[in-house]
Design a protein around this ligand. Sequence first.
Ligand code: DP6
Length: 349
Amino acid sequence: WILMATGRTPTNIAVIKYWGKRDEALILPVNDSISVTLDPDHLSATTTVAVSPTFDRDRMWLNGEEIPLSGDRFQSCLREIRKLADDVVDEKKGIRIRKDDWQKLHVHISSYNNFPTAAGLASSAAGLACFVFTLAKLMNVKEDYGKLSSIARQGSGSACRSMYGGFVKWTMGRDAWGSDSIAVQLASESHWNDLVIIIAVVSSKQKETSSTTGMRDSVETSPLLQHRAQTVVPGRILQMEEAIRSRDFASFARLTCADSNQFHAVCLDTSPPIFYMNDTSHRIISLVERWNRSDGTPQVAYTFDAGPNAVLIAPNRKSAGLLLQRLLFCFPPPADDELTSYVIGDKSI
Ligand code: DP6
C-alpha cells in the first residue's frame, strides 16, 4: 500500500526583517519580524509526501530532481514531526499505522515551486513550511499551527511565518530551547485585501551569498546589527502592528521601506560587505522615493530580501496600475540583467 498527502504553502515577504540568529542550531532570531503571506496562486510550494512499507529510505525531489535529504534542516523537521505522529487508519485501503510505526516507515517527498528558487524570493520559506505542514497532515499530527511553526523555523527561520496567511509576526522568544519562538497571525487574509503586491524580477540567478551565511557574517562583524536588533526593531514592530491594525498605508510604507534599507545597511556594514541589491534595484528605489515624495504621501512601499528583486506593495489596484506603467516606462522588458518580468500578486493574501 501507499498513503499520500499533498499541501500547498505560499511564500511570505518580511516587512520588518529577520536578520541574525542568537542560536544557529535551533534557528532563534535576534529580533521579532513581521511578514505578509502571499496569495498561494502566485508564489507557492506544493508538496506531496508518500509513505509505503516498500520504501527503504527517506527520499526527496525538488522540481522533479532528486536532492539529498542529508541536510540537517530537513532531517530535524522530519525528526520533530515523527515524534508527534499519531495513529492513522484508512479503513477503505485497509491501512493501520500506529504512532510508533512512523519511526520505522520511510517517506518520499516531492516538492514544486512555481517561482525561481534562491533568487531572493524566499523560496525556502514556502518549501520548508510546506514540507512540515504536509508531513504533519500525513502523520496525523494534532499540534496547533504555533507548534508546527516552531518546527518549520528549525528548517528555515522565515518558513515559520508561512504557516499562516495574512499578516504574521514571528516572536523571537526568550526560552533557550526556542519553545516561545513561534509565529502568530496578526491579521487574517481578508483584513487588508486592497493591497496589491508586484514583484519585479530583476534577476532570477542564484544569489551569491545565502541568507544563512550572510546573517552569520553580519552577527559576527556588524556593529549596526546589534543596534538594529536591540534599539530599532522593538519600536518598529509596535508601530507596524498598529499600521496593519488600522490599515494605515502611509505608516506601513514608511516602516517597510526604512526596514528594508536598514537591513541592506547591515549587509553593507558586514565584513566583507554583502551586496544583495544591484543597480537596477537602486534605480527602483529612487523611482519609488521620487514618486512618494512628489505626492507628499507614500503611494508605494518597496522591500528587498537577500537578492536584487523588488517587492513593491501598492495600497490598491489603481496605484498598482500606475506603478506598473512607471516601471514599464523606466525598464522596458526585455533587457539584459535588467527587469525581465513582473509577477503580479493580488494580495488577497
Ligand atoms: C532577508 O529564513 O532564509 O528574507 O533561517 O538561515 O534559513 P535561515 O534564513 P532565511 O532568511 C530570510 C532573511 C530575509 C528576511 C526575512 O525573511 O525576514
